[in-house]
Design a protein around this ligand. Structure first.
Ligand code: ADP
Length: 499
């Protein structure tokens, strides 16, 4: 690659284990489906690469075109890899095809997940080396599933012309999931046991290795999904054992708040909700609420505040507080509707409340995208008391639909929800500071009090929440700044953003 400065598009390959609309288990899928498109608008030549899971809807699989195939070396293995391509609304998606690794019923949760995603990471590197249309300036990796890309790229592909000037950016979407495995993998799967730098930087204790730690050490730039989480990651409480590395590398760590796809999440055009509405005409929201109450078997009463909760049912999401406060909330006449799947004890607890409180509480233990749209549209409040929250998308989506979030002040929740100020009327939601069920219940019931008694303040809050800008444009420009810092020889293509 020429090192002469020239104006051309930055070529970004976005490697992710999920991307909407092909595969999603959480926020990462939304990000990988939206950010690359925003990067294109910001002047990049962006593409996405992900595994070809058999769960990808057949209509998309039928439209994929075969681009290349080769064998991927993984320690003593030499495994087949096909590269398939599908262009969707102008964005190129590439799929890594290997049925023994990706023909499964779900995305994750298998005994060989470490090997599966080590293969994926190596396949991405091999694809950059072999497939001309996948050559890139920046390989943008996400979470532990792609964390080995920077390690492999540096250790095995440095001499390959297509790879030697690729800069790696690694984004932490959730530090809780790091990809920790026994150190036998160093030799048996990764093939790096005789490379001291890789061996030492991947190791996390006497007999384990940590994929994410590898990415944190090997990447050229680190990002995470909100400014507050970037600070929190450097603290022992949030850093999950990696806080020391985040502190050491804090000079190359940025926190960039995610956006949401405002085309998909738009109450004025959303075809999955019973009635559309907009800040100018909110009448449809009342019908959405009524229809949701009917669908969930809740009393069809407009005076009952309907509190929705949509997300993984895990400890991270602060559900212990909700369980503790549930009886008190029910006693005050609040309706609660929960949509999610996750830990068995959480699923059981919410099913129990659903049985106990009949037409006042409903738990849908399912992953149901269409229902999530109807709940964002039909709710009055969205409850998200997370213990930690790297960014969180649900609260932003809720605000788009005039459903006011009640959040704990952590990570991206703190960065995206402006708490209500009763003196000025400012705010886009409600927040509380401590992991304390009474504090959460007080905040939630305080919000309900406004719902019951001050319709004007409530409507103003809804308007302010719906006007908040959570588009990807701002985030995409911040990522472009990082890419260009790593590649000063490429002059920014999008003149308007030249600095
Ligand atoms: P996380 O990435 O920690 O799971 P986020 O709030 O960042 O949480 O993103 C969660 C995304 O997944 C949101 O788009 C949310 O609507 C969606 N989601 C979570 N659980 C469900 C579910 N059970 N059904 C439908 N959508 C869900």
């Amino acid at each position: 690659m020429s090192t002469n400065a020239k104006r051309r598009k930055m070529r970004v390959l976005f490697a992710s284990s999920e991307a909407v609309p092909f595969a999603k288990t959480g926020g990462l899928g939304d990000v990988a489906g939206s950010l690359p498109r925003a990067l294109k608008h910001a002047g990049a030549k962006a593409a996405v690469i992900l595994p070809k899971y058999s769960t990808i809807p057949q209509e998309y699989q039928d439209r994929m075109k075969h681009v290349a195939d080769f064998y991927v070396p993984l320690a003593w293995r030499n495994d087949y890899c096909g590269i398939e391509k599908l262009t969707l609304q102008g964005l190129d998606f590439y799929f890594v095809d290997n049925e023994s690794y990706f023909k499964r019923d779900s995305l994750y949760g298998y005994f060989d997940d470490g090997e599966r995603f080590a293969f994926f990471a190596k396949a991405v590197c091999e694809a950059i080396a072999r497939v001309p249309e996948l050559e890139c300036d920046v390989l943008h990796c996400n979470d532990w599933q792609t964390a080995l890309c920077p390690v492999f790229l540096r250790e095995f592909y440095r001499e390959v012309p297509a790879c030697n000037n690729v800069k790696c950016v690694f984004t932490v979407h959730n530090v809780k999931f790091q990809g920790q495995y026994g150190d036998k993998m160093l030799q048996d799967v990764l093939g790096v046991d005789d490379i001291p730098a890789a061996r030492d930087q991947l190791r996390c204790d006497a007999d384990s290795i940590n994929f994410m730690k590898g990415a944190l050490c090997y990447s050229d730039w680190l990002t995470t999904v909100s400014p507050s989480y970037a600070c929190e990651l450097q603290m022992p409480f949030f850093g999950e054992g990696l806080d020391g590395i985040f502190r050491r590398r804090s000079n190359i760590l940025s926190g960039i708040l995610n956006g949401i796809d405002q085309g998909i999440w738009n109450p004025a055009t959303d075809s999955m909700v019973p009635r559309n509405f907009s800040p100018k005409d909110m009448s449809g929201k009342a019908e959405c609420k009524r229809a949701l109450q009917e669908e969930l078997g809740l009393a069809q009463d407009p005076t009952r505040p309907l509190v929705v909760s949509i997300g993984r049912l895990t400890n991270q999401k602060g559900l212990g507080l909700v369980r503790y406060a549930m009886d008190g909330l029910m006693a005050r006449g609040v309706q609660v509707a929960v949509l999610g799947t996750g830990d068995a004890d959480q699923e059981e607890a919410f099913s129990y409340f659903s049985n106990k409180y009949g037409n006042q509480m409903c738990a849908r233990i399912a992953f149901d995208n269409a229902l999530s749209h109807r709940m964002y549209a039909g709710g009055d409040l969205l409850l998200m008391p997370s213990e930690f929250e790297p960014c969180g998308l649900s609260q932003m989506i809720a605000m788009r639909y005039g459903t006011l979030p009640v959040v704990r002040e952590t990570g991206g929740l703190r960065d995206s929800v402006q708490p209500y100020n009763k003196f000025t009327g400012e705010g886009t939601g409600f927040s509380f500071a401590n992991m304390n069920a009474d504090e959460m219940a007080d905040t939630l019931l305080g919000a309900c009090e406004i719902f019951w008694t001050d319709q004007k303040a409530w409507s103003q809050l809804q308007q302010q929440a719906m006007a908040a800008d959570f588009s990807w444009r701002r985030a995409a420009n911040d990522y472009m700044d990082i890419y260009h810092r790593l590649h000063p020889e490429i002059i920014r293509y999008n003149k308007r953003r030249d600095r």
